[in-house]
Design a protein around this ligand. Sequence first.
Ligand SMILES: C[S@@+](CC[C@H](N)C(=O)[O-])C[C@H]1O[C@@H](n2cnc3c(N)ncnc32)[C@H](O)[C@@H]1O
Length: 300
Amino acid sequence: MTSPIDDLQTVRDYLRYASTQFAASPLFFGHGTDNVWDEAVHLVMRSLNLPLENNTLFLDARLTRDERAMILDRIERRVNERVPLAYLLGEAWFMGMPFHVDERVLVPRSPIGELLENGLQPWLGDIEVNRLLDLCTGSGCIGIGAAMVFEDAKVDLSDISEDALAVAESNIDLHDVRNRVRTVRSDVFENITGRYDVILSNPPYVDAEDLADMPDEYQHEPELGLAAGTDGLDIAHRILAKAADHLTEEGLLIVEVGNSWVALDQAYPDLPFTWLEFENGGDGVFLLRAEDLRAWQARG
Ligand SMILES: C[S@@+](CC[C@H](N)C(=O)[O-])C[C@H]1O[C@@H](n2cnc3c(N)ncnc32)[C@H](O)[C@@H]1O
């Protein structure tokens, strides 16, 4: 028996079919691409291990039977189960680099990547980065991205979730940085020792109301990576309480709190948060200097 699907033969056919299926579905794009076409290109090309650019040579190439079955299955799961594309591919891109991902970790998308691409300038100035902590690391994307920027720094990736740390470990190997980057299992700062020149964190920060309203795609992400109490600040409060003890004299603390930034700003009227701006989208990321945190703590 033949099916209309049998008419699909070439890479071009599958790009067209995926686009049509995606356009007819109420998909949410929040995990890497932001439109139907890019989603289709990523799904088809990366499923075939083909490049995302300079790939026109392959458009009229025919797919094998197995490749066709795999791509059709992925299109169907994207549409019917609303699985984020990164989980279907087992891969996400962050700071122009690939990272292994699966449903044990959030799909990387933090705007902290843009700060790292700018070498944390102008904020860092001439502070030397010898030790850096990526707190609540998930896949390890922020800390490993930082290790690529600060080539001599020793980087700790910490998370409370053993599952997440297993994914971070695989990314340490993927990027061949085991000589400088390690994982530490820790509930916020509980098992963290010593001081860091820079602490970066994208902790869970979704408040209860936003969590209830999230599109279906987010149901595939670990709730431990998203939920942070009624106002989304459970982890942020714990970071602020202890960060000064883990920063060097001139250290920097940079934390993403997304939509919960308003509640955080109101909760700490005496803390001089710098709310950072981004060219490529994103907000709710603050910077504090160790000296500001210490002065605030001294005021009691
Ligand atoms: C928003 S995800 C961020 C992952 C990664 N940094 C990124 O940007 O893709 C938050 C991470 O915090 C971890 N987490 C949740 N509660 C924690 C806690 N109490 N201590 C340490 N990590 C925690 C979760 O397991 C999750 O991996």
